[in-house]
Design a binder for this molecule. Structure first.
Ligand code: G16
Length: 555
């Protein structure tokens, strides 16, 4: 039977501006009549979709994914796509979508995820669109999508019987636009195969067989099945190496954000003393973030990027060296020091993985990272949680092969000894009133002229600005990307409003100081940065302006 394309009347919404990474809203917001359809149609209207093109679709398994997938399939058919590749059960991690777009040369992909935000009926839902290089749509696309979403008057769809996305295989439909197929693909195999081409699985297997204990926490999110295949099936790690590996629609009531606050169960295991595992890691809702832990030891994401860059040649895929590195502005300058030693360029971009895409496509950088627990390389165009875990394991496996020991803490301390330590911490004030958050930012900007030269305890302000980025590849300029107070000794405090929250505003304070004294490098970051924390509060008047007396999350 031929299915007819239907045109449905609708009206615009004013709140569909994509944030740092796609559109994220409460599930109830997405459940408003036509809300989801309007956003999807605005994306399709922004793109020039060649007739018969292929779209990749998948998500992190959170509540509302299945409904959204059916809607997107129907709308894709009506908008001229000829094929949709969908992950089995609707599951595809964000890096897996990026890989599938690249491997099968699909026109683009839709990722249904609100990443590390909570899920479930009362939680968050989200959609990201990725372009044909596998990376997040750049701002020129997301800005146009937003403009269209405000004035949209109709969307196109074709009504199909629900597609069985649980079963692998192809379903064919006839529409009045032609043939249309939905292919349900294995969510894990392509990605696991890719990992096996990048890393030395034999060396990692040996490390894991040597008595070295690891623990990976999938936080009831998308990486569960990937971890099972990679660590247990391919690397022969015992089942006990994994925890929370069954994806659930509400992440089992948890907050799938791999940091010291929300990955509390893993943190408790890793900080349990002499019997703690040697290596711990967690990933987030959609599998693009990672947290790395050693035995009773936390690795900041900024340090993790620096260590990976410094040791890249120990990993087969990067054995001949890396072209360059990039980090988001608030990420610490630890990797910059490694880049100097390696004599490779280091780029500073705004927060958001989309800003790395052009640099990677141009072959200027190989490794990228962000303080927000994101690290990856040009093997895909997204950050990649399990990739980072495997990278660490591969480097540790090489250390084990060379010295007979593999310790995360030893590696970090040796790194600090060689490069100095960029002591780093981020303080988040979540879900505060938007007006109060804006008032804090305005209050700081109001001091731009008077701050330079002022002394605060041991620190003197050198300069301050609101970070702007000029993309050297496409010439685009992104302004207002975070307020920086730069001190004369290289320390800095950055204030920024998050672009991923769904409730009020989240104000982030990023604190960084540089320590060369090896006797002080082992201090807890909160102690080492205590004076900077006070200065940040003093300059921002955050407590008086927001009423918040302490951060909700410290990483
Ligand atoms: C997203 C982006 C990242 C960004 C992070 C934090 O991560 O992909 O590039 O660093 O948000 O952004 P913000 O500070 O604006 O909240 P994810 O894992 O949520 O997709």
């Amino acid at each position: 039977m031929q299915n007819q394309v239907q045109t449905i009347s609708t009206h615009g919404f004013n709140d569909q501006k994509p944030g740092t990474s796609g559109l994220r809203k409460k599930v109830q917001v997405f459940q408003q009549t036509h809300y989801l359809e309007n956003f999807v149609q605005s994306i399709f209207d922004t793109l020039e979709v060649p007739l018969g093109a292929t779209l990749t679709v998948g998500g992190d398994g959170r509540y509302y994914n299945r409904h959204a997938i059916q809607t997107i399939i129907e709308m894709a058919a009506a908008n001229g796509f000829g094929h949709v590749l969908v992950g089995q059960a609707g599951i595809l991690s964000t890096p897996a979508v990026s890989h599938i777009i690249r491997k099968y040369h699909t026109f683009g992909g839709m990722i249904l995820s609100a990443s590390h935000n909570q899920g479930g009926v009362h939680g968050d839902f989200g959609i990201k669109y990725n372009i044909s290089n596998g990376g997040p749509a750049p701002e020129k696309i997301t800005d146009e999508v937003f403009a269209k979403s405000k004035v949209i008057t109709q969307y196109k769809t074709v009504k199909f019987a629900p597609v069985d996305i649980n079963t692998l295989g192809k379903t064919e439909f006839e529409t009045d636009r032609g043939k249309f197929t939905v292919q349900v693909i294995d969510a894990v195999q392509d990605y696991a195969d890719l990992m096996q081409t990048l890393f030395d699985f034999t060396a990692i297997k040996k490390l894991l067989a040597s008595g070295f204990k690891m623990k990976f926490d999938a936080m009831h999110a998308v990486t569960g099945p990937y971890a099972q295949e990679i660590f247990v099936n391919r690397l022969s790690a015992p089942e006990s190496s994994l925890m929370n590996c069954l994806p659930s629609e509400d992440f089992n009531g948890g907050h799938p954000d791999p940091n010291l606050t929300y990955a509390a169960d893993l943190v408790a295991i890793m900080f349990s003393g002499a019997n703690a595992p040697d290596f711990g890691a967690a990933s987030d809702g959609d599998g693009d973030r990672n947290m790395i832990l050693g035995k009773n030891f936390f690795v900041t994401p900024s340090d993790s990027l620096a260590v990976l860059a410094a040791n890249a040649t120990l990993v087969p895929a990067y054995a001949s060296g890396i072209a360059g590195v990039a980090r988001s502005m608030p990420t610490s300058g630890a990797v910059d020091r490694v880049a100097v030693k390696l004599n490779i360029p280091c780029y500073e971009t705004p927060t958001g993985w989309k800003f790395f895409g052009n640099l990677m496509d141009a072959g200027k950088v190989t490794l990228c990272g962000e303080e927000s627990f994101g690290t990856s390389s040009s093997h895909v165009r997204e950050k990649d949680g399990l990739w980072a875990v495997l990278f660490w394991l591969n480097v540790l496996a090489q250390k084990y092969a060379l010295d007979g020991m593999a310790s995360v803490e030893t590696m970090l301390k040796a790194h600090w000894l060689e490069f100095g330590r960029n002591v780093y911490s981020r303080h988040d004030y979540e879900a505060i009133p938007t007006d109060a958050a804006n008032a804090v930012m305005q209050h700081i900007k109001g001091q731009f002229e008077s701050l330079p030269g002022q002394k605060f305890g041991h620190y003197q302000v050198g300069s301050c600005d609101d970070f702007s980025y000029h993309d050297s590849i496409d010439g685009s300029v992104s302004k207002n990307q975070g307020v920086r107070i730069l001190f004369v000794d290289g320390s800095r405090i950055v204030f920024r409003l998050s672009g991923t929250g769904t409730e009020g505003a989240t104000l982030r304070i990023y604190l960084e100081a540089y320590e060369t004294d090896s006797h002080k490098q082992h201090l807890d970051a909160q102690i080492a940065l205590a004076e900077m924390i006070k200065i940040g509060l003093q300059i921002s008047q955050l407590v008086a302006l927001t009423g918040c007396v302490s951060p909700t999350v410290i990483t």
